[in-house]
Design a protein around this ligand. Structure first.
Ligand code: AMP
Ligand code: ZN
Length: 464
């Protein structure tokens, strides 16, 4: 293991050394999108931060297994269980079914992630595919007295916990948006802070997606989805759970309450939250003002990676305010940086590069100091290292930064060289009548999606 990661843990309100439960596999859960509309670039800032966290951990030598949900039911317009289901709202807006909306916006989200070089997590699961898991958890919470039935819905009883507000330390000012936003009183609740685990009776008679349950035909609340999916796919002990700061309360607070009451032990050790991206008017919105999406930036001529570059130039725990002026500056800086790197040539040399490699790792390990990590890229360029060493380092750094700093054209060129080499080896094998080796080479290429075609003009290839 290389440098030890240090992260700000919302649970302890301090920067801590990261110690995984199992050295062999870090278990990381990140709250996924509610797929009722396009993601705005604010949402995507959070996914960029989570992507950098995952890649930094890997770069520092940890093996990471990451899981994310897709919220396709149960997330209401207010995080505190009031208002309309966002998915239903999306379906009405576009005269489609909820499932059509979910499929469409999940695909769009995937495309945005691809454009921003955000790695798709190892496990991605839609909320609607795990209903049995929520029913199992809710049943046990009812049996153990942590939940109650009232007015047809199942609620979690927050008064049963000594420390319901573990994440927020009772500091009201840290409880962002959720509760303050249009709270409607629900007289079925025993305590104001109680939240819905399962809806049967509610204002939304036209809710499309409903399932059978021991408490009647209905659907899960938003919070239980993340607990259920995380426990189902990553097990009873979690290392890291992430989201945007608006998730701290009530979403993550409720996740902890129900998960730990269900499991009977501490669930997750590190809670890591990203600050928001705001627009000029303040809070970013999908309905008011300019709806800032990746496609909008592209239509204005920006490379989406310039937005990633902008995010990485600031710290994930600082508020970032979006403006086209900043993006223009970033665009310029990004183009210049890429052109400097493209002049380094194709040679790579890893010798005597430890100093910069260590500095880069230290920056990442220091609670993800990505702006310092980018400064180190500039330091490398300015240094008196040979071009081959510079090239080696920057290519390595880009495994984490994912800014395509080393041109795609070059990657294509490299692939071409590699395949030609393999074809040559195969031809030699055939000449020597070592057909087993020749077949092996062809099959290995095939597994990588490279199809060899023997023609009269020699062997050609196609990449799937
Ligand atoms: P949602 O699709 O509403 O469930 O939100 C997806 C993710 O985006 C959550 O992790 C939120 O915390 C995060 N998020 C929402 N608004 C912003 C914002 N303005 N800046 C950064 N992250 C945000
Ligand atoms: Zn969640």
């Amino acid at each position: 293991m290389g440098d030890i990661m240090k992260l700000y843990n919302t649970l302890t309100h301090s920067v801590e050394k990261f110690v995984p439960i199992d050295e062999n596999e870090v278990k990381m859960y990140t709250c996924g999108p509610t797929v009722y509309h396009f993601a705005h670039i604010g949402n995507l800032r959070t996914y960029i931060f989570e992507d950098i966290l995952e890649k930094s951990l890997k770069f520092l030598g940890y093996n990471v297994k990451r899981c994310m949900n897709i919220t396709d039911v149960g997330h209401l317009t207010s995080d505190s269980d009031s208002g309309e289901d966002k998915m239903l709202k999306g379906a009405k807006r576009e005269h489609k079914t909820v499932l059509q909306i979910a499929d469409y916006y999940t695909e769009e989200f995937k495309k945005d992630c691809k454009k921003l070089n955000i790695r798709w997590p190892d496990i991605v699961s839609p909320a609607t595919k795990n209903i049995d898991e929520y029913i199992k958890i809710i049943s046990k919470l009812l049996d153990d007295g942590y939940a109650y039935l009232s007015g047809g819905n199942v609620y979690f009883d927050t008064s049963k916990l000594n420390d319901y507000y573990v994440l927020t330390n009772h500091k009201e000012d840290e409880m962002v948006v959720g509760v303050r936003e249009g709270v409607e009183e629900d007289f079925n609740k025993r305590n104001q802070a109680d939240f819905v685990l399962w809806f049967t009776k509610s204002k939304f008679d036209d809710q499309e997606l409903k399932w059978d349950s021991p408490w009647g035909y209905g659907y899960p609340g938003w919070h239980i989805e993340c607990s259920g999916i995380s426990i189902k796919y990553l097990g009873e002990y979690l290392d890291i759970h992430c989201g945007g700061i608006d998730n701290i309360f009530p979403h993550h607070t409720n996740e902890i309450a129900q998960s730990e009451s269900y499991l009977g032990h501490k669930w997750c050790n590190y809670w890591v939250h990203g600050e928001h991206l705001n627009d000029q008017s303040g809070k970013m919105s999908k309905s008011k003002g300019e709806f800032l999406t990746v496609s909008l930036l592209e239509s204005k001529g920006y490379n989406p990676l310039v937005y990633r570059f902008m995010c990485l130039n600031s710290h994930y725990r600082k508020v970032l305010v979006f403006s086209y002026d900043i993006l223009d500056n970033m665009q310029q800086a990004y183009s210049k940086l890429k052109s400097r790197i493209s002049n380094l040539g194709n040679e790579e040399d890893s010798s005597d590069t430890d100093k910069y490699m260590n500095e880069f790792k230290e920056a990442l390990a220091d609670d993800l100091n990505t702006s310092l990590a980018i400064t180190i890229v500039y330091d490398v360029l300015k240094s008196d290292l040979t071009n081959a060493k510079k090239k080696y380092l920057i290519k390595k750094f880009d495994e984490v930064l994912s800014l395509n700093l080393v041109d795609e054209d070059e990657k294509v060129h490299e692939l071409d060289e590699y395949i030609k080499k393999q074809i040559e080896l195969r031809n030699n094998a055939k000449k020597e009548k070592d057909f087993a080796l020749a077949d092996q080479i062809r099959n290995e290429l095939l597994e990588k999606g490279i199809i060899l075609k023997d023609t009269r003009e020699g062997t050609k290839y196609e990449v799937k």
